[in-house]
Ligand binder design. Structure first.
Ligand SMILES: [Mg+2]
Length: 405
């Protein structure tokens, strides 16, 4: 059966929440990010501000020059979080399979909730109506067989768009799109093609394959393959997850061992939550650490059994930490990597390794946190982080978070 995937995105989220909360702001150019005299940029302009030329990441002073009569706001992040939660709640009325991509974007699997694309379109219209009725927010939605196409479709018409690309009709939709949606076409290739008068995928298709290859070499071959096969799945690269890592820099040079170990535990916990979410276990643990002013040192070890809980992996991580954190110097970066991944539920391992204790408890914790936020639950080990980092729904706001997967 074909998949029916919805990608939905709230239009101009921060600014729209401000307008939803304070009706006096509706219909006016609102810019969230800061005040005109401040340094910094516009995080989110309302559509009225966009109409006057303001765009995301424009400096506040430039925006002020353009729209001196505009309303500049600092932003109320607790309120955005509250709206985001309510947005998520509405989505869950339509399918149990909701994946929040960010505060205002989500992928919803409607397969099984709608019998075909016609019904799906009606359901999504109803969903959009509920969001606009209950939250006064407009959304742009795309429905297609896979995430990439659904996201592309959601961007096709904004704001308040609904674009459905029924299975089998993908190519009709793609032909209308800009060539920048084709794999292998970067800025330079686009310039060359635009100079030739080619802007859409449909126009690109008119060019002989051999000419594309001559013009772009290996990349031309990839483009030609995509055009020839007309397989939109080629646009969605499937990259198996090889490792999961979490790392962060510190605000200053850190020497407080208690704080360092709490951060290590927190990063391990975050990596394990991801590990469990993708249904994997690992048998390799790595620690990265950087003494201030030096290059990072990394150590990786294979461990005897596959695990997916912070409880089981922590002793290994701590042992590695002891091995590389040997000098009495301040450190300014720490990271954890889990690799050697395999699927969590395989037959053979039921007998091969000791059962993880608390398996169902951990599942319950993950579930609780994914519904009510990371901070619905605290463990002693990370308590010291509370005073140092800002709390977000998904965890702590680290200084320079960087993650692979
Ligand atoms: Mg958005």
């Amino acid at each position: 059966m074909e998949k029916i995937i919805l990608y939905i995105d709230v239009d101009a989220f921060f600014a729209s929440v401000e307008q939803a909360t304070n009706p006096k702001l509706r219909g006016k150019p609102v810019m969230v990010g800061g005040y005109p005299h401040e340094r910094g940029v516009v995080a989110c302009p309302s559509y009225e501000a966009r109409a006057e030329g303001v765009y995301t990441a424009m400096t506040l002073s430039e925006a002020y020059r353009l729209v001196p009569h505009g309303i500049f706001l600092k932003g109320d992040y607790d309120n955005y979080k509250n709206y985001s939660d309510r947005f998520c709640e509405i989505l869950k009325r339509f399918s149990p399979l909701v994946e929040m991509i960010s505060q205002d974007e989500a992928v919803v699997d409607l397969t099984g909730c709608a019998k075909d694309y016609i019904e799906a379109e009606k359901r999504v219209q109803k969903l959009k109506d509920q969001i606009s009725g209950e939250l006064s927010l407009s959304t742009s939605a795309g429905v297609a067989q896979n995430r990439f196409l659904a996201k592309t479709a959601s961007e096709y018409e904004k704001p308040d768009g609904l674009t459905v690309v029924p299975a089998g009709k993908e190519w009709d939709f793609l032909e209308k799109l800009s060539i920048s949606n084709v794999p292998g076409i970067g800025y330079k290739s686009r310039r060359i093609l635009n100079d030739m008068g080619i802007k859409t995928i449909g126009e690109l298709k008119q060019i002989p394959q051999s000419y594309l290859e001559k013009l772009f070499g290996q990349r031309g071959f990839k483009m030609a393959e995509f055009l020839l096969n007309r397989d939109p799945r080629l646009l969605e690269p499937v990259r198996p997850i090889k490792r999961i890592s979490r790392e962060t820099g510190f605000f200053g040079d850190e020497t407080d061992m208690e704080f360092i170990s709490a951060t290590l535990y927190y990063l391990l916990e975050r990596a394990c939550i991801k590990l469990r979410a993708v249904g994997k276990k690992c048998n390799r643990v790595g620690i990265k650490l950087r003494y201030t002013g030096e290059s990072p040192v990394v150590i990786n070890r294979t461990i005897p059994f596959f695990h997916n809980t912070e409880e089981n992996l922590l002793p290994y991580a701590q042992k590695l930490m002891k091995r590389i954190h040997t000098r009495r110097l301040a450190i300014n970066l720490i990271g954890v990597t889990l690799s050697g991944l395999k699927n969590a539920a395989t037959q053979e391992e039921l007998f091969a390794e000791p059962l993880q204790k608390n398996d169902s408890l951990i599942k319950a914790i993950d579930k609780l946190r994914s519904s009510f936020g990371y901070h619905s639950l605290y463990f002693g080990k990370t308590l010291t982080l509370k005073d140092n980092y800002k709390k977000l729904r998904t965890g702590y706001e680290l200084r320079t978070p960087s993650l692979s997967q």
